[in-house]
Design a protein around this ligand. Structure first.
Ligand code: HPA
Length: 295
């Protein structure tokens, strides 16, 4: 439970069931929110299993994959969540497994990230010198710990470490790209955690992903091409079932993690911009930190 802030959940493509109210998630009314960076996705008042209220937003749309990872307005989404009082964001992320030891259906809590995206606005501070922030721990360690404890308590297969490489899409990766990412230390690949993680830090929100493997990354396993199924057959039917089973556990894991998060958690996320405040370059209200783009 957070003292002064609200908890937010960003739902990715692997967790549509959450939006259908399955798994104990109760969805209230939702509306897009205007921000200096355009309109956010609709933000829903929702309740996690057990009743805890959260703000819920879907990256890709409420009906299906209408907004690709490369077209998400990450700035508007993060701004709107902050504007509604969020100080913690748990982000779901279906990913491809680069490390061959990662079976489909395994949850992964990345501790680090490689950003390969090139075409996404990645800062709120386009026209100022703000935002030169340390990223020794790109994800909130307190939120990661809570997620790890929730996964362990639920007895779910998980790995409490990982490096997520984030690609631009829309196309999936080539085998040579995946080999190169593996050589760079990546263990999973996805398309959405960047620039989301960095934008959350610029707004002093704790941010941690709950990822799970939905397919072996390209070339990791020999998979025949199937034109009629998701990702043209990168996952077998049995693996698809494992991925779905993992996704079904997501609401309960999120609920258990949020319950474990102390309001006085000792991470640095909520003072990420402190030196700018100390210098008098920014005030207390984040809404004054950016120049408003001309209408
Ligand atoms: N690559 C990129 N993004 C993904 C993948 C993948 O293999 N699987 C799920 N999201």
């Amino acid at each position: 439970m957070t003292a002064d802030g609200r908890c937010a959940v960003i739902v990715g493509s692997g967790a549509w069931h959450v939006l259908r109210g399955e798994g104990g998630f109760v969805l209230g009314p939702g509306a897009p929110r205007p921000t200096p960076f355009g309109s956010s996705r609709p933000i829903f008042e929702a309740h996690l299993p057990g009743g805890r209220p959260v703000l819920l937003l879907t990256r890709h749309g409420e009906r299906g994959y209408d907004v690709g990872a490369w077209a998400v307005n990450y700035r508007a989404n993060l701004w709107a969540l902050k504007d509604l009082g969020a100080d913690l964001v748990l982000a779901t992320c279906a990913c491809g497994g680069i490390d061959p030891a990662l079976a489909v259906g395994t949850f992964v809590l990345p501790h680090d990230l490689i950003d390969k995206t090139t075409r996404r606005p990645r800062t709120f501070f386009e026209a100022s010198g703000l935002g030169v922030l340390r990223h020794a721990e790109p994800f909130c360690p307190a939120a990661r710990k809570a997620l790890a404890e929730a996964l362990a308590e639920a007895g779910l297969p998980h790995v409490d470490a990982g490096v997520c490489v984030v690609t631009d899409g829309p196309r999936l990766e080539t085998p040579a790209e995946i080999r190169a990412f593996a050589a760079e230390g990546a263990t999973v690949v996805g398309m959405t955690l960047a620039p989301e993680f960095a934008l959350a830090r610029e707004l002093e929100m704790c941010y941690a992903p709950l990822a799970w493997v939905v397919n072996p990354a390209e070339g990791v396993r020999d998979r025949p091409y199937r034109p009629d199924v998701l990702f043209e057959g990168m996952a077998t039917e049995a693996e698809q079932a494992s991925a779905d089973a993992a996704a079904a556990r997501v609401p309960a894991v999120l609920a258990a993690a949020v319950d474990r998060l102390a309001p006085d958690r000792s991470c640095h996320c909520r003072s990420a911009m402190q030196r700018y405040r100390d210098d008098g370059r920014i005030g207390d209200d984040f809404r004054t930190w950016v120049e408003r783009p001309a209408p």
